[in-house]
Design a protein around this ligand. Structure first.
Ligand code: GLN
Length: 487
C-alpha cells in the first residue's frame, strides 16, 4: 500500500534508479485491484495477463538502460476509462452494444503514454457512453464510492475516480463533456483536470458530444495531473480540433508562487441550493488564498443559469449524430431476429442501448429536426456564445475563478435514477466550463460532516492550465488532507 500512495514522479525515480522493478509495481496494483474490485466494481476489464507480460519485458529492458534513458512512465501501470481505445483490448463504453468490441488501435493519448513506457492494467467503468453523473447507467453495474459503498462515485468517469481513490489505480485518464472528470474526482476525494478544449487530442476517444469532449487525468495529486498532462498534450494531425499551441512543462508551474494572482468568486455559484457545508469549505479555500497574497473579488457570470439547459440541447444533438454509427453492421452487437434491414437497425439499437442513451438520442433528434432546429439548437448555440463571453469578461478582471465542483457531496445509489432532471443538475457548476472550452480542475478541499470529500473547482483562461495547476497544488499542500479512504 505504501508503494501505491507514492507519486508518479517518485515511482519513476525508484524505477530509474533500479530500486523498484516494473513487475513489482504491476503486481502491487493488480493485488490491490483484486482486493477491492468486489466492493467497488471500478473496472470493466482487467488486463492482468498482458500487464504481467509487459512488466516482465520492462524488467529486462530496464537492466539495459542508464538512469537518464528511462522514460517518465517506464514500467508504471495506469488505467484508462473504457471509452478510450487501447489497442487489442476490449472497449465497451459500458454499453451492451459494444460488449465485445476490441479496439483495433490506440487513441493518441494511449499511444503517447505507451511511448513513455506506461503499462495498462485495465479499463475503468463509466456511465454508458459517458452519459450520466453517477456511473449507474453502466451496463456492467454501478461503481461504488470508496468513502461510502452505499454512495455513487460520481460520473461518468466514476470507475477511474473510485480506482484512483482506492489506490487500485496509480492514475487514470477520464473524459469530460460536462463534468465527468471533475465531478467524480470531487465525490471520491481525488484530483481531476479537464484541459482546455483542443489541448489534448480526442482521436480514439469515443465521441459523445464532439464540441465538448476532452480527455484529462484523474490522479491522487495535482503534481501527478501535471505529470500526465505534459505527456498527453499537444497537437495531433488526427484531430483537427487539437490546437497548435506550444505545450509548457506544467510541472514548472507548481512553484507555490500564488502571491499577486487575482481570483474571482462568481456569485451565481454560491446561491441557495448549494449545501452550506460545501459552500463553507470552498470559501475557506478563497480565504486561505487571500491570506497568501491572492486578491479575491466577487464576479458575475450572468448566464450561468442557462448552462444546464443549453448543454442538454447541444450535447444530445451531437450525441444523436455521433451514435448513429452503432447500427448493427459495423460494430459488435446485432439483434438476433429481424425482418429486414430497417427492423435490424431498430431492434439492434433498442436492445443494445440503455434508457439514458435512448433518452439523449431522442432529445437530440428532436432538437435537430426541421421546425425545431431554430428554436432549440440554434438558440442554444447563441446562448453558448453568451456564456463564453461571460467568462471572457470575468477574465479581464481576474486570473482564475473559484467555485464548488458540485452543489452537494456524493449522493446515495438510486437516489436520483428516477429523476433525470435531478441527475442533470448535479453538473450545474461544471457544464459551463465545457460550453466555453475552458480548463477546470477539481481538488479536494475538505470533508462534510458525513465524512465525504468536498472538492473545489478552479477555472482558468483558455490554454492557461498553468495557473489553475499552480493554485491547486498550493491549496493541496497547504491543506494536507488525508485523502486515502479506509477500505
Ligand atoms: N453528466 C453529464 C451528462 O450526463 C456530463 C457527462 C460527461 O461529462 N461525460 O451528460
Amino acid at each position: 500500500m505504501e508503494l501505491l500512495n507514492r507519486s508518479l514522479r517518485e515511482l519513476h525515480s525508484l524505477i530509474k534508479r533500479k530500486e523498484l522493478k516494473p513487475s513489482e509495481l504491476v503486481e502491487a496494483v493488480l493485488k490491490r485491484i483484486e482486493e477491492t474490485e468486489e466492493k467497488l466494481n471500478a473496472y470493466i476489464t482487467v488486463t492482468d495477463e498482458k500487464a504481467r507480460r509487459k512488466a516482465k519485458i520492462a524488467d529486462e529492458e530496464l537492466t539495459k538502460l542508464s538512469e537518464d534513458e528511462v522514460p517518465e512512465l517506464f514500467g508504471i501501470p495506469l488505467s484508462i476509462k473504457d471509452n478510450i481505445n487501447v489497442e487489442n483490448v476490449r472497449m465497451t463504453c459500458a454499453s451492451k452494444i459494444l460488449e465485445n468490441f476490441v479496439s483495433p488501435y490506440d487513441a493518441t493519448v494511449t499511444k503517447r503514454l505507451r511511448e513513455r513506457g506506461a503499462i495498462f492494467v485495465g479499463k475503468n467503468n463509466l456511465d454508458e457512453f459517458a452519459m450520466g453523473s453517477s456511473t449507474e447507467t453502466s451496463y456492467f453495474g454501478v461503481t461504488r464510492n470508496p468513502w461510502d459503498l452505499e454512495r455513487v462515485p460520481g460520473g461518468s468517469s466514476g470507475g477511474s475516480a473510485a480506482a484512483v481513490s482506492a489506490r487500485s489505480a496509480l492514475a487514470s485518464l477520464g473524459s469530460d463533456t460536462g463534468g465527468s472528470i471533475r465531478q467524480p474526482a470531487a465525490f471520491c476525494g481525488v484530483v481531476g483536470l479537464k484541459p482546455t478544449y483542443g489541448r489534448v487530442s480526442r482521436y480514439g476517444l469515443t465521441a459523445f458530444a464532439s464540441s465538448l469532449d476532452q480527455i484529462g487525468p484523474i490522479t491522487k495529486t495535482v503534481e501527478d495531473a501535471a505529470y500526465l498532462l505534459n505527456i498527453i498534450s499537444g497537437q495531433d494531425s488526427r484531430d483537427a480540433t487539437s490546437a497548435k499551441i506550444p505545450v509548457p512543462n506544467f510541472l514548472d508551474a507548481l512553484n507555490g508562487e500564488v502571491k499577486g494572482l487575482k481570483a474571482g468568486l462568481p456569485k451565481e455559484y454560491f446561491v441557495e441550493g448549494v449545501d452550506p457545508e460545501v459552500k463553507e469549505r470552498v470559501l475557506k479555500v478563497a480565504e486561505l488564498l487571500e491570506k497568501s497574497g491572492v486578491s479575491v473579488e466577487e464576479v458575475s457570470l450572468p448566464n450561468t443559469k442557462y448552462a444546464v439547459e443549453t448543454y442538454y440541447i447541444i450535447a444530445p444533438a451531437e450525441a444523436s449524430s455521433n451514435l448513429g454509427r452503432y447500427d448493427g453492421v459495423r460494430y459488435t452487437y446485432r439483434a438476433k431476429e429481424y425482418k429486414d434491414l430497417v427492423d435490424m437497425y431498430c431492434k439492434t439499437r433498442a436492445e443494445g442501448f440503455g434508457d439514458e442513451v435512448k433518452r439523449r438520442i431522442m432529445i437530440g433528434t428532436y432538437t435537430l429536426s426541421a421546425g425545431y432546429y431554430d428554436a432549440y439548437y440554434l438558440k442554444a448555440q447563441k446562448v453558448r456564445t453568451l456564456i463564453y463571453q461571460g467568462f471572457q469578461n470575468a477574465f479581464e478582471k481576474v486570473d482564475f475563478l473559484i467555485t464548488p465542483v458540485t452543489p452537494e457531496t456524493a449522493f446515495r445509489i438510486g437516489e436520483k435514477t428516477d429523476d433525470p432532471i435531478k441527475m442533470y443538475l448535479s453538473d450545474i457548476f461544471t457544464i459551463a466550463v465545457n460550453l466555453a472550452g475552458l480548463p477546470g480542475i477539481s481538488v479536494p478541499c475538505g470533508f462534510d460532516s458525513k465524512g465525504l470529500p468536498v472538492g473545489v473547482q478552479l477555472i482558468g483562461r483558455a490554454f492557461d492550465e498553468e495557473t489553475i495547476l499552480k493554485v491547486a497544488d498550493f491549496v493541496e499542500k497547504e491543506l494536507k488532507l488525508n485523502t486515502v479512504p479506509e477500505l
